[in-house]
Design a protein around this ligand. Structure first.
Ligand code: UAG
Ligand code: ATP
Ligand code: API
Ligand code: MG
Length: 485
């Protein structure tokens, strides 16, 4: 492809060399550069791509996109200076793939919790309604029935536009994608054209990356600020910051709520282990998803479908048949009638929501045993709070490892223990090994008891020092529960 063609829309501040040349691929990692590639020098959280410019030229790069020109310039190379290389990558990746987001209806879902659930519900719903659809999510990506493994909640711009292009080629008319706050700040969604944006909620997470809660709100809000006038922006009016998200958007403002006045309204009639009975805009419907937080997710999916001009009753009928995403409130029952729940709750709010749901639907005499850990190289301030919430809402708590990544797992548990009050200490034990922790919970449980295994949901690995070891919460919990009988 010609360099000129992919530069359209990129804000160039200085150009040295020709733009009249054929380029091979766009690359932002020096270790992957090949002959004829365009290398984007991006300033990251760990290193600065500008430090690798010389090595990419040795590896065959013919074009360098950078924020600062190198001290010495090679004669055969084209150097393009831009204000922000990550923004340029987003725009040029979209051009490279002929702007696939403009050829289908792309809906972005953002918020602390619920993105995967809402995106997955919408994907399944639109498949049920007979459409060709794409999904970009934490668990996995989909192009109709084909599964493409996911590495991030929101992929990098090249992977993202590549996926969207494959969706267009497969005839998809809709794509539902999660938009993480990391993706917004790192400009992974630059150059995409959204037909709609959906906000779920915002609570404590990722303060290691965003610094303050205010910056975290601004990151989410900037997704709505950049939506075009032709799009819709659907927010959760019950969330304290729901309306803030829409303050400066040009998109058409819509809302959903259980408590406030809103364009799409629902009321919980009944919430049990078998599902949710809701009144949705005057229609009584039974859904398979469990927990009041899922009433919000269902309502967000319903509102989005109606804004995409789908038939209301067809939408409600199809939604009522759907299950949620893998690893979200998934439960197994042992022969001894012990209930094991696997859930991806990895924020204080999610842990509280899941445990309060269990509280609301339990009979009262059984114990709730929670197994919980926190991820390494992630927000340290949420650790004591997650432990505290787990203790406040459970009869017994086992603190254990999640994904320690590059941190010492024992130190992560000690951070969590700081949130355990003296009165809660007696119901808490710490077991470093996650499998041992699960085994212990199963031994402690009596018939009728409920075990919540929180934090890793669908994940099929435990990441320790850069190595992903096979670990599947549902598999281990089921195995341990079966060993009891
Ligand atoms: C903190 C974070 O988001 N990091 C992401 C970021 O990496 P980074 O900024 O640390 O990159 P860096 O290592 O500093 O390098 C800067 C630049 O130099 C380049 N480089 C670096 C080394 C080298 O030898 N040569 C070279 O060219 C890199 O390719 C990069 O372009 O950009 C990389 C490329 O896109 C991502 O893979 C990486 O995701 C890491 C692995 C990650 O774990 N991210 C998580 C936190 C994340 O993004 N999570 C959200 C979901 C969160 C949620 O919803 O809960 C997600 O969307 O997945
Ligand atoms: N609407 C909601 N409000 C609060 N908590 C929720 C909501 N939906 C789901 N949760 C809780 O959050 C967990 C994660 O849900 P989900 O995977 O849908 O969120 P996510 O936003 O995609 O998360 P991530 O940021 O990791 O991608 C669930 O397992 C559940 O415990
Ligand atoms: N998208 C989230 C997932 C957290 C899942 C939890 N198991 C952990 O490893 O912290 C993150 O990257 O922060
Ligand atoms: Mg997700």
């Amino acid at each position: 492809m010609q360099l000129q063609e992919i530069l359209y829309g990129a804000a160039i501040t200085k150009l040295v060399g020709t733009t009249n040349l054929d380029v091979n691929a766009l690359v932002f990692d020096s270790r992957k550069v090949a002959q004829g590639d365009v290398f984007f020098a991006i300033k990251g959280t760990l290193s600065d791509g500008h430090d690798y410019i010389a090595s990419t030229i040795s590896a065959g790069a013919s074009v360098i996109i950078c924020e600062q020109m190198p001290g010495t310039l090679e004669t055969e190379i084209t150097y393009i200076q831009v204000e922000n290389s990550a923004v340029a990558l987003g725009i040029m990746a979209a051009n490279f793939y002929h702007n696939p987001s403009s050829k289908l209806q792309l809906i972005g879902i953002t918020g602390t919790n619920g993105k995967t659930t809402i995106a997955t519900l919408l994907f399944k719903l639109f498949r049920e309604l007979g459409y060709k659809v794409g999904l970009i999510s934490t668990v996995q990506n989909h192009i109709n029935d084909d599964i493409i493994p996911a590495t991030h909640t929101t992929p990098n711009p090249l992977a993202l536009n590549g996926l969207l292009n494959d969706m267009v080629n497969a005839g998809c008319s809709y794509c539902f994608m999660e938009v993480s706050s990391h993706a917004v700040v790192q400009h992974r969604i630059e150059g995409l054209i959204f037909a709609g944006g959906v906000f779920s909620n915002i609570t404590h997470d990722h303060l290691d990356f965003h610094g303050t809660f205010d910056h975290y709100i601004k990151a989410k809000k900037s997704f709505f600020d950049r939506l075009p006038k032709s799009a819709f922006a659907l927010t959760n009016a019950d969330d304290k910051n729901g309306m803030v998200m829409l303050q400066n958007t040009r998109a058409s403002k819509k809302s959903y709520a259980l408590k406030q006045l809103a364009d799409f309204k629902a009321r919980i009639i009944e919430n049990s282990f078998s599902g949710l009975n809701l009144d949705v805009d005057g229609t009584d419907v039974f859904f398979k998803l469990v927990g009041s937080f899922n009433a919000y997710n269902l309502l967000a999916a319903y509102g989005t479908a109606l804004l995409l001009e789908q038939d209301r009753l067809a939408v409600l009928t199809a939604l009522s048949t759907l299950t949620g995403a893998e690893g979200r409130f998934e439960y197994v029952t042992s022969n001894q009638n012990i209930i094991g729940i696997v859930d991806y709750a990895h924020t204080p709010d999610a842990v509280q929501n899941v445990l309060s749901t269990i509280q609301n639907i339990r009979k009262g005499t059984e114990q709730v045993i929670t197994i919980i850990g926190c991820g390494g190289d992630r927000d340290k301030t949420k650790r004591p709070i997650m432990a505290q919430v787990a203790c406040d809402w459970s009869d017994k708590v086992i603190l254990t490892s999640d994904n320690p990544r590059t941190e010492n797992p024992q130190a992560i548990i000690e951070d969590m223990e700081k949130g355990v009050s003296p009165t809660n200490k007696r119901k808490t034990i710490s077991i470093l090994d996650r499998k041992e922790a699960i085994k212990t919970a199963c031994h402690l449980a009596k018939p009728g008891d409920i075990i919540l295994l929180a934090g890793k949901g669908h994940e099929k690995y435990q990441e320790i020092n850069g190595v992903r070891h096979h670990f599947d919460d549902k598999e281990v919990l089921t195995e341990q529960l079966n060993l009891l009988s």
